[in-house]
Design a protein around this ligand. Structure first.
Ligand code: SF4
Length: 337
């Protein structure tokens, strides 16, 4: 008898009101009811769909069948007689980098040679590169494309030139680009450059700066690296280095400028303070711990501690996991209400 199996690159995250399937293969996600999440968690790889459907009383069977049809449509499950042959994806977070990601506001004051040597010496895997002038793109990307980086996230100021064709050309030239975010756009939307949904292009109406307190669902990240890091650490602050347009390294905890010379970074890394925020992951932060987005959410808000030593964020992020609604949706209430 064939058992049903959730694809190994799909993971279920339970929230308070609903669950979310994170599909790492497709770089996307979709919500499912908690009851379906529980069924999958209980019977995945152990039972056939018929067995599960017949376990429930007659009046529920049609709904459960529809649940499974939906999962087939999404290509999240398959059936097999040998489920034991399909191994689980490792959820161990592993990195050989001292700094995993550099978040940089580019300007002509940034010494690209120094930056490249920093990336190579610290084994930096990713750079989030904020550029306001598109005429600088080629000079910066050609330098970074030859570094040890595995991924470049491009953050560009909106202009009419930024068409899909423009991005396809850019990606063709600089293969390390994995995500493009266009800020100060006249609309909020996102699309993928390729049919296989590898490079996400997001347009956001707001600006984007290091610690601006805004949570933007259009730039959420669904990939196994981000997921495993978020299981263990604060994914916004762990192993990250913030460098402003003057070449100053920014201390994320105090938001004060600390060092000018990029090569003094090793001294900076010895400061214990840099690690304080790293260990406050979403499972430790009030409200976020009940949210199904918590392992994809890019959240720059600096957590605070209350008198009982519990972590919380001062500003509402706009999502209420207790009713599964974003601000602006009908029936939304703030989490304080
Ligand atoms: S509650 Fe808001 S900030 Fe917290 S994980 Fe959910 S979407 Fe992100």
């Amino acid at each position: 008898m064939k058992k049903f199996c959730l694809y190994e690159d799909c993971k279920i995250v339970l929230g308070y009101n609903r669950a979310m399937i994170y599909d790492f293969g497709r770089n996307e996600y979709y919500p499912i009811p908690i009851s379906l999440a529980k069924i999958i968690n209980k019977y995945n790889k152990k039972q056939s769909i018929d067995y599960v459907v017949n376990k429930y009383q007659k009046e529920y069977r049609k709904t459960i069948k529809e649940y499974f049809d939906f999962l087939f449509t999404k290509e999240s499950i398959f059936q097999t007689e040998t489920p034991e042959l399909y191994l689980e994806l490792s959820l161990e977070y592993d990195t050989y980098s001292i700094i995993n990601t550099i978040i940089l506001e580019y300007s002509v004051l940034i010494d690209l040679k120094k930056l490249e040597s920093l990336i190579n010496s610290l084994n930096v895997e990713e750079i989030e590169l904020k550029i306001s002038n598109i005429s600088d793109l080629d000079i910066v990307l050609s330098k970074l494309n030859t570094s040890k980086l595995a991924s470049i996230v491009l953050v560009i100021k909106y202009s009419k030139q930024l068409s899909k064709f423009f991005f396809l050309n850019l990606k063709h030239k600089y293969k390390k680009i994995t995500q493009i975010i266009i800020y100060l756009a006249p609309f909020d939307k996102f699309y993928y450059l390729e049919e296989y949904k590898i490079t996400k292009v997001s347009f956001i109406k707001t600006s984007l700066s290091f610690f601006d307190n805004l949570v933007r669902p259009s730039i959420f990240r669904v990939n196994i690296n981000f997921f495993t890091e978020a299981l263990k650490y604060n994914s916004y602050y762990h192993n990250k280095l913030f460098i402003d347009s003057s070449g100053y390294i920014i201390d994320s905890f105090t938001k004060r400028k600390r060092l000018k010379n990029l090569l003094e970074i090793k001294d900076y890394l010895r400061l214990d303070k840099i690690n304080v925020l790293s260990f406050i992951n979403k499972d430790n932060i009030s409200i976020c711990k009940d949210c199904e987005y918590r392992y994809m959410c890019v959240d720059p808000r600096i957590p605070k501690q209350n008198k009982e030593k519990k972590w919380y964020s001062e500003n509402d992020c706009g999502y209420n996991p207790y009713i599964a609604k974003w601000k602006g949706q009908k029936g939304w209430l703030s989490t304080k209400q």
